[in-house]
Ligand binder design. Structure first.
Ligand code: PRX
Length: 660
């Protein structure tokens, strides 16, 4: 991390928008003025322009019960109608919504009419299965069209989806199903990953077979992998059979603007993931607004591809809700970027003529490693705009992305936001902003952010501090499912100023620096949350998985910088004394990596597990992760004077370098 920050401090390259791009871009400086003068009026106007309300709203923001916000709360709309039916009514039914490509090379094209038909059928199917407005439906699917259809069908009937990323384990599924009391799970037999079928339904079976009662009445199974699966009569149902029985006539009913739309679990600083709750009208407004202006979307001509999985917030806001509300044509790809060959993504860009491409720095860095000869084999000239999300992008990757993927001309938008913010908050606007490699730069119109010191003072240009959002925004999280106290404590307590006009500022958990122009440079998390390949993981969650294994007495996990994945999970464990000699440290490491994979999912497996005899602790017993991070990153260990036992770090270093 510190190397990264050094390189940011010295970055002076600037890229002005080309006159040609600027002349045709949708964004205008007037948006900033309007957003600054009266943010509430600005968002009300955007919402009315971008969405179709069944009943118009007259209230814009109710912040009287801060931090519990209500936006547009006397309005009514149907989110799925906004993403589907209205485009057909406007004469765009034949426009392609998705060019879907399976990993083995099978394809499906879905126009807006076809997608709408599917969603209507699925909505009827869900109703037949007893799903009602407000019920929770868990979705555990590969990147196939049914994932999008399921989400929209759930939204259409006013139920609430909780999409669980396909890489999560049975334990993680069960924890999420239980927390939300999901009535239905939608899954597939399996999906394609890295050239083979990766099973999903068996993991759902394991999740539901775990001890204790669960809330699930049915498991709907999409046939995709054609792998063998067990079947529980009465509980398990085939998607295609139920869909065939369902009618494709379905009138979308409207719901209140604050009707819950989805829950998405994300890691926090404790062992238990947080169910981030988003609602309908405000969320869709900001998802649509940002998708239109940050990506300069011209729905008649653009082909847009966001590579994120629908299991993450980026897939929710920039594969499903934002682009579909705007009537975009998209590419949706099931598999991994390098299967069956390292040029697969670029082959798809060429094949579909992708013009707007949105991905994560981790992916860019791994392509850089392989070398430009791979993308150079393809015609990428259709690309006119590039986006980055999920973690800070280092200037070298940024410049490579622009040169090699963007033909040296495509503007890059580095978009900062979070599961909690629901939509993009900080980003350049293409055609307007002179971009700086490595900086997310400026809040989008209508959004106010600041960088504050620990005590809440504005740090001023040239200084670093904590990123905060100073005014409520339409797509803000409305709470943590079932835990209002944690919602207040985590985000709204750090900068609570009871006497101020606006008593609550949103604490994002990210460090940031303001440069001399006042532009924002993100510096990574300031709490015990790691960012591995743009995916959030908590140290506490992995530590609790490690200590749940019988050979482990104690553990500490840190995020160490990693050339490709941004950060990597590094674990330090103390084995139980009767276990010390039962296996070699290498055997213990491999047992524990597998165990974390089973407990949380493959993405959480530590890159390294170090077996140690002590952990560095302060006198009050707090583990000093900073020192472990020094060790994990191969640096000289920093100041150890606050340790209860100052020799501990020496013992750990000696052990790891084989001196003991
Ligand atoms: O640390 C920031 C980082 O990702 C975190 C949010 O993670 P998640 O909720 O999983 O959402 C990821 C996709 C929006 C943030 O707290 N982050 C996200 N985008 C950027 C970023 N860090 C730097 N630059 C970004 N563009």
């Amino acid at each position: 991390m510190s190397e990264h920050i050094d390189s940011l401090q010295h970055e002076t390259r600037r890229f002005a928008p080309s006159a040609e791009f600027a002349a045709a871009s949708l964004a205008s400086p007037a948006l900033y003025d309007a957003g600054r003068d009266d943010p509430e009026a600005f968002w009300a106007e955007q919402s009315r322009n971008l969405l179709t309300w069944e009943k118009n709203f007259s209230n814009v923001l109710d912040w009287s019960d801060a931090p519990f916000a209500k936006w547009f709360d006397d309005g009514r709309l149907n989110v799925a109608y906004n993403c589907l039916d209205r485009h057909i009514e406007a004469g765009h039914g034949d426009r392609v919504a998705f060019h879907w490509e399976g990993e083995p090379g099978d394809t499906r094209t879905l126009t807006y009419s076809e997608l709408t038909q599917e969603v209507k059928r699925a909505a009827n199917m869900l109703t037949e299965l007893g799903i009602r407005s407000g019920d929770r439906v868990a979705i555990y699917l590969p990147m196939i069209p049914e994932a999008v259809v399921s989400m929209l069908a759930v939204a259409r009937i006013g139920a609430v989806h909780s999409v669980i990323f396909g890489g999560f384990s049975a334990d993680s599924i069960r924890a999420r199903v239980d927390d939300a009391n999901a009535k239905l799970v939608i899954t597939a037999d399996g999906g394609y990953r890295k050239g083979r079928v990766s099973a999903l339904k068996p993991t759902v079976d394991d999740a539901l077979a775990k001890e204790g009662e669960h809330s699930v009445e049915h498991v709907l199974v999409v046939r995709r992998g054609e792998n063998e699966i067990d079947w529980k009569d009465g509980r398990d149902l085939w998607w295609h059979e139920k869909m065939a029985e369902a009618s494709s006539e379905h009138e979308a009913e409207s719901f209140e603007a604050e009707h819950p739309l989805f829950i998405l679990y994300t890691s926090g600083t404790t062992g238990k993931p947080k169910g981030i709750l988003h609602t309908s009208g405000g969320y869709l407004t900001q998802a649509a607004f940002t998708h239109k202006y940050v990506f300069d979307l011209k729905p008649e001509t653009d082909v847009y591809w966001c590579t994120a999985d629908v299991g993450w917030i980026t897939g929710h806001s920039y594969v499903v809700y934002g682009p579909l509300a705007n009537g975009a044509t998209q590419v949706l790809y099931e598999g991994t970027p390098d299967t069956p060959h390292p040029g697969r993504w670029w082959e798809l860009v060429e094949k579909y003529g992708v013009s707007i491409f949105y991905t994560a720095p981790t992916a860019i860095r791994s392509f850089m490693k392989v070398g430009r000869q791979v993308p150079d084999k393809y015609d990428l000239s259709s690309i006119r705009l590039l986006g980055s999300v999920g973690e800070p992008i280092n200037p070298e990757a940024w410049v490579w992305y622009r040169e090699v993927i963007g033909g040296g001309t495509a503007p890059i938008v580095d978009t900062w936001w979070q599961t909690e913010t629901g939509a993009i908050m900080v980003s350049a606007l293409p055609g307007i902003t002179e971009t700086k490699p490595g900086s997310a730069q400026v809040p989008i119109p209508g959004i106010s952010v600041d960088v504050l010191s620990d005590s809440g003072e504005h740090v001023g240009k040239g200084n670093g501090g904590l990123l905060v959002v100073t005014k409520p925004w339409p797509s803000m999280l409305r709470g943590i499912w079932g835990d209002p106290e944690r919602f207040v404590d985590t985000y709204w307590d750090k900068f609570h100023r009871p006497d101020a006009d606006n008593p609550r500022l949103y604490f994002a958990g990210d460090g940031a620096r303001l440069d001399e122009d006042g532009d924002i440079w993100l510096l990574g998390r300031v709490d015990d949350v790691m960012n591995v390949s743009g995916h959030r993981l908590s140290t506490a969650e992995i530590e609790s998985a490690l200590v749940s294994h019988p050979i482990v007495a104690e553990s500490a996990v840190v995020g160490a910088s990693d050339e490709t994945t941004g950060q990597a999970v590094v674990a330090f464990v103390i084995l139980r004394s009767d276990q010390e000699d039962a296996q070699t440290p290498e055997e213990a490491a491999s047992i524990l990596r597998a165990h974390v994979g089973e407990q949380i999912g493959a993405i959480a497996k530590p890159r390294q597990v170090f077996v140690v005899s002590e952990l560095p602790k302060t006198r009050s017993g707090k583990i000093m992760r900073r020192l472990l991070r020094d060790v994990a990153e191969g640096r000289e260990v920093g100041d150890t004077t606050t340790l209860a036992d100052t020799s501990v770090m020496q013992i750990i270093s000696d052990r790891l370098t084989g001196k003991r």
